[in-house]
Structure formats: structure tokens, C-alpha cells
Design a protein around this ligand. Sequence first.
Ligand code: OSB
Ligand code: MG
Length: 364
Amino acid sequence: MELRLLRLPLVRYFETSFGRIHDRAFVLVTIDGDGATGMGECVADDHPYYSSETTRTSWHILHDFIAPLVLGRTFTHPSEVFDALAVIRGHNMAKAALEMAAWDLYARQQNVPLAKLLGGTRDRIESGVSIGIQDTFDELLERIEIELAAGYRRIKIKVKPGWDVEAAGRVRQRFGDIPLMVDANAAYSLKDADHLAELDAFGLMMIEQPLDYDDIRDHARLQQRLQTAICLDESIHTVHAAQDAIEAGACRIINIKPGRVGGHRESIRLHDLAARHEIPVWHGGMLESGIGRAHNIHLSTLPNFSLPGDVAASRRYFAPDLIDPEITVAPDGTIAVPGGAGIGVHIVSDRVAAATQERAELRA
Ligand code: OSB
Ligand code: MG
């Protein structure tokens, strides 16, 4: 197993309710087994603001706890890997990086695209964009114009108190009936219910994670007071949490990020659970490089991913990306699933080396 801590500058800053970032740091996991290689990208960032994990905690957990549990061990299928890590509580992002590398490795050994192993049913996915908080509303409208022209099938804008109802209103006024949603990254509390209900006037596809990152109960109360569907992101950190949320009526839509739930197998379980309850899902994004992005594309081919996701073209994030060719979006707002074995993208090792700040090699 090789761990690398990488840092890549973002093409443009990205701002959410928890702050603005200009670059992306993450741990890249590469594993070797029986002559093949697999890669997984850990979505934990420098800071513990989206989740409690950071690049440093993920490095620590991968290096000191995950590696000893998996190195030298025989697995017959990557779906066994998550359970093998069960003794470690939480740290789903660290677990997912290793687990997803195992799926890539196995798909390469079988010489099939990852999507096929995961149970995917399509060869293109529908792409949307997540647009951060801007300095001015005019800049926001300008960003949206660019993304609509590129063909993206859904626009998501980040919101926070002071950048919400007016932002959504201006977007509707300018662009009419486009597929539009908002993401609050937990910036509100139930006391803001009346204010959030003002968003109902704009016919949004959904409001993503308005309340606390670990809350279910208040979301259920809020959902009763809103016409707009609530979509949960941060709160769905396990399949169990999703069961609780569905039972409580806390959401009508779920965002799936494999990093948040511990990898592909848990994502498939979450996807299937949602399908059984007729809850549509879509694939979230964590500003991944082309490696994590390729994983996301393969997972998005499962049938209940019925809404456009936050999986967009490489050029929105990194120039150049770590992969060549980069991921592109077609004028119809879709992305082709890479067709080769595993995640099916070519990783440019010089670019990985240039972005590497730390490296460790671990053996059985
Ligand atoms: O809440 O979906 C989120 C990025 C980092 C952390 C959390 C989120 C996001 C995004 C960006 O919305 C999605 C992307 O374009 O990768
Ligand atoms: Mg979100």
C-alpha cells in the first residue's frame, strides 16, 4: 500500500457555508495485489468542517489501523473489505479510500469496467454543477450562465443565512424554470423554518442539508413545514442513519457520497435501501481529482441514481487534472463512463509526483 498526501490548486475558489478554499489536499491510496494495482482517493479535506475527518486523521487511520488489517490478507471480493474494517469505528472516508482502491484493483484483475462490477446499468451519467457562494449576485448569475451554456442538467447553489432567498429569487428571475436546487451545508436551525419556507416560492428541486450535520429529528419536523423536498447529505453517514431518516420522514431525496458512508459496497446498500422506499438518489461530489471522480462516475451508473449529480468535468476543478484524457461533459450534459478495466482512466504519474507532499509505503 502506498499513501500520498497531495495538494492541487483549484481552478477557482470554492465557498460553502463553512468557508472558502483555494486548493484541495487529499490522501491518495494505491494498493498492489496479485500483479494488479488499484487506486482510491480519500475525500477528507484539510479541515474538519464538512465532516470530523481531515487529511491528517485519514492518513493516521489508514497508516496505523487500516493497513495492518488488510496488508497480506486474502480477500476473494472487494465487498468483504468494509466488514474487515468494522473494528474501527467511524472514519468512513479513510475506509472508503482503501475500499474503493480494492474495487478498482479487483475490476482490473477481472479486466472489466468498475461500473459492471458495481451493478451499473448505463454508459453515460447525467451531470449537474455545484456553484459556491460568490462575492456578488452578479457573479453568481455569470457562473450559472457559463454552466448552463456548457450543458449541465441541473444547477445547485450553495446557500447560507444572508445568501439564500434573494440568491434563489435572482436566479429564477434571470433563468426562469431551470432545474435548480440549494445546498446549505447545515447552516440553519429549526428556528429558521419560516425563513426557509420562503424558498418554497421558487419551486426548487430540493434543499440539501439545511440543518445540523448529525440531525434527523429536526429535519423531519422541517420537512413537514416545507413543500420543497429535503435532501440529506451530511446526516447520512451510514446506511443505518438513512433507515432512521427515511422512517422519520426527514428527507425525500438522498445524496450518496461513497467517502461519507465507507465506500462502494455501503453506497450500493444505501442506493438499494432508497430504491426500496422510492427515494431517488444522486451522486454528490467532494471536489475530487479525476481518480475519485472516475469512481463516482462508475457508481453513478446504478439505476436509482435518477437525478443529475455533482459529478462534473475535470476543468471545473483542476487544470490539469491528474488524469489524461480528462473528464469532459458533452453538450447534452452527460459524461461518458470510462470504458477500460477498473476505473478506466489513465493517471499521469508525473503530475501525481509533482503534487505529492508526503509519501509512505506499507507492506505486509
Ligand atoms: O456539500 O455537497 C457538498 C464540496 C465539498 C464538500 C461538500 C460539498 C461539496 C460540493 C461540491 O457541493 C461538489 C463538487 O462539485 O464536487
Ligand atoms: Mg452537500
